[in-house]
Design a protein. Structure first.
Length: 310
């Protein structure tokens, strides 16, 4: 690794103990607060879920559930294992792309600053595409599968991250070195850890206007109709405001999927959508329908399953 890289190794090493300490702290804080049941919005009306004309709801947290937290930690372990398995291939491919770069940075600080912003911009599009395209959703659905929202939810990471590598491929071609790309990505992910919490309400307006915050990200994890497919930003919420996907937090959030999977089995959590894709490809007739079952928009179904034109 280039010795000019920013010295983040100590942060990397400290992240594990920090995760444990902050989750224990959060669990204790939430025990002292009024909490609602995870099922409290299962029979809510559309107004209760989405009406923007009503006064904003107070933040009432759900807290932790042991099996849910265990699953999130197991998903993290699997994610780390898969990432290590692919690390060599990622590094080799990134270096080959960098060797074909069109730009060369002479100032390491400028290089890292450009990489940091570029990663956050491409993360927005990666995140958005993982919601909008079924093959990529098969990876990201893991992270949304919890009906709880706490710091352990941030650790519920997918096992098929290799599906999104190509979205970040322009970075080395634009002269951003591998060690800066890796560190920008890791900082982006670490930033998003603390926003997975119900212990923090809305922050001062200037912060909410620019950055992704717990309030903005609670919206992103919501299954409420008006919250679906909103607030994709990693560090900056400005991308959502620029590209029309921003939604403020007003209603209580119903966390999880529109149809929850009702399992704590990490293998099922990690691969249930992939299995469903395979089943759809096998049972659906016609090459076009089979291809769209994999590469089409998330939730797409052929006309004969809808009763109307697709």
């Amino acid at each position: 690794m280039d010795k000019r890289a920013l010295p983040l190794d100590k942060i990397d090493l400290a992240s594990g103990p920090i995760f444990i300490a902050t989750m224990l702290w959060e669990a204790q804080v939430l025990k002292q607060r009024q909490r609602r049941d995870v099922d409290d919005l299962d029979h809510a009306t559309l107004d209760e879920l989405s009406d923007p004309s009503l006064p904003a709801d107070a933040l009432v947290p759900i807290g932790y559930q042991r099996d849910d937290t265990r699953t999130s930690l197991l998903m993290l372990a699997g994610n780390v294992a898969v990432s290590l398995a692919f690390a060599g291939a990622y590094g080799t491919l990134t270096k080959k792309l960098y060797d074909k770069r069109r730009v060369t940075f002479t100032n390491p600080k400028a290089s890292f600053a450009a990489t940091f912003i570029a990663w956050d911009f491409l993360y927005y599009w990666s995140h958005r595409l993982q919601h909008e395209r079924r093959l990529l959703w098969a990876n990201h659905v893991t992270h949304h599968s919890s009906r709880y929202y706490n710091l352990s939810t941030a650790l519920r990471q997918p096992w098929q991250g290799y599906l999104t590598f190509g979205i970040f491929a322009p970075m080395p071609i634009l002269g951003m070195p591998a060690h800066h790309i890796a560190k920008a990505g890791q900082l982006n992910l670490l930033y998003q850890y603390w926003i997975h919490t119900e212990t923090i309400d809305k922050l001062p307006a200037p912060i909410e206007a620019v950055f992704n915050t717990p309030s903005h990200h609670r919206v992103h994890h919501g299954a409420n109709p008006q919250y679906l497919d909103k607030n994709y930003g990693g560090i900056l919420i400005l991308w959502d405001k620029l590209f029309g996907t921003f939604e403020p937090e007003l209603r209580r959030v119903k966390y999880g999927l529109t149809t929850n999977i009702e399992t704590f089995n990490p293998v099922k959590v990690g691969y249930h959508e992939t299995v469903d894709i395979v089943k759809d490809v096998i049972r659906r007739k016609g090459l076009k329908n089979k291809v769209k079952s994999v590469l089409g928009r998330t939730g797409w179904r052929p006309a004969d399953e809808l009763g109307t034109a697709a």
